[in-house]
Write a protein that binds this ligand. Structure first.
Ligand SMILES: [Zn+2]
Length: 169
């Protein structure tokens, strides 16, 4: 028994070669912006798969559905999220946008908890599209750590989007 304890003790330094790195590991949390109330939740990385709920409004942080963004909540949802965010800039009159909509819905299910999918109506919200230089729709912008990581213009196959998503993770 004692031998077991001393062994474990002896082993510890091996697991903690770099103090700063192990500290990060122990306390690792992921900022998830609530899709319902826009509050930032710090979720321990190990609990991300446990259907976490918002500390404020108690609703599910991961819904499996694209979130509707607008000029008002765009910045908060984008800049405070630790998981990649994909925004589908679209308009109701646009045929290819209608075609890409169901693909976004499907991806929101398969990447639930890993990537946040959002839909952004450019007709109702003129400010953000100008800021990102959106000239054609549909345009998908992939954000990582609040910065543009990838941009896809026009209707593309689901496989192509999945490929781009897997590069982000
Ligand atoms: Zn909430």
């Amino acid at each position: 028994m004692l031998r077991g304890v001393s062994r474990r003790r002896a082993k510890r330094p091996d697991n903690h070669e770099d103090d700063s790195a192990s500290l990060t590991e122990v306390t690792a949390t992921t900022n998830i912006v609530c899709p319902h109330c826009d509050i930032v939740n710090r979720i321990p990385a190990a609990r991300l798969g446990d259907r976490p709920v918002c500390g404020k409004c108690k609703q599910a942080l991961f819904t499996g559905h694209p979130l509707v963004l607008n000029d008002g909540n765009f910045n908060q949802q984008l800049t405070r999220s630790d998981i990649p965010v994909v925004v589908d800039f679209w308009a109701p009159w646009c045929g290819p946008c209608k075609a890409i909509g169901p693909i976004i819905e499907q991806l929101a299910v398969s990447f639930d908890g890993k990537v946040k999918f959002c839909r952004f109506n450019v007709d109702d919200n003129p400010l953000t599209p100008v800021k990102f230089g959106i000239k054609a729709i549909p345009t998908l912008i992939f954000f990582k750590d609040g910065h543009v990581a990838e941009q896809v213009i026009g209707l593309v196959a689901r496989a192509k989007l999945e490929e781009a998503l897997n590069k982000l993770l």
